[in-house]
Design a protein around this ligand. Structure first.
Ligand code: SF4
Length: 211
């Protein structure tokens, strides 16, 4: 089985297993996903979803958040950890959206990468989820699972995993696949316990590398 064949099989099986898998960060506007994705670094999505409620109650628009004192943002987002740097990035990012993009999130990968606090993972998430464009989000679950399954070989660096996956995954499938890998990584192919290969829908196509 080639990596490409394995990838297509994994895509189909995970589609059946998690038909509705989507982003687990709540948002109703693109800029809010930008804020949430910054807050989600080293924090659970569930906690982020609670914390942003307070943030948007006080600062409901890009303009309002761009005007907000950084210390005030920090006080609200502190429960997500790394409050100082997250608040600084969010403030700078909202100012840039306001000043350079008329308050709108740009639908261009390179432009997204230039926003403060936005790396490849976040930019891909926005491209896929907000704009429906090809995207591969290499978070911790994606990296762990693609290595175990044998879609990549011993690659841990997010950008290298992303580049390797672009070669074997149909572009339009990337975004959904990554969401499904998160679900599968939380429920079955877990990080903190031994993975539950005995009840995994990928058991016969997975190489189980390092398991
Ligand atoms: S078979 Fe095991 S290692 Fe492979 S994806 Fe499933 S749980 Fe993970």
């Amino acid at each position: 089985m080639t990596k490409k064949q394995r990838a297509l099989e994994v895509i189909e099986r995970l589609k059946k297993e998690y038909p509705d898998a989507g982003c687990t960060l709540d948002y109703d506007q693109a800029w809010k996903l930008l804020v949430s994705v910054r807050l989600a670094a080293q924090c659970t999505d569930a906690r982020v979803n609670v914390v942003v409620e307070g943030l948007y109650e006080k600062y409901p628009t890009v303009e309002a958040l761009a005007e907000a004192p950084v210390e005030d943002i920090e006080a609200i987002v502190r429960p997500c950890g790394l409050g100082k740097s997250k608040a600084r990035d969010i403030s700078a990012c909202m100012k840039m959206l306001r000043d350079e993009y008329g308050g709108k999130v740009p639908d261009d990968f390179d432009a997204l990468l230039k926003l403060p606090g936005v790396g490849r993972k976040s930019a891909n998430l926005i491209m896929g989820d907000v704009f429906g464009k090809p995207a591969i989000v290499t978070d911790t679950h994606c990296i762990r699972l693609t290595n175990r399954i044998g879609l990549v070989d011993g690659i841990k660096e997010p950008k290298k995993v992303e580049m390797a996956l672009w070669k074997i995954i149909p572009p339009e499938e990337g975004s959904d696949l990554c969401h499904r890998l998160v679900y599968h990584g939380r429920e079955i192919c877990t990080a903190r316990t031994k993975p539950y290969c005995d009840r995994c829908c990928l058991a016969d196509v997975c190489k189980k590398v390092g398991v």
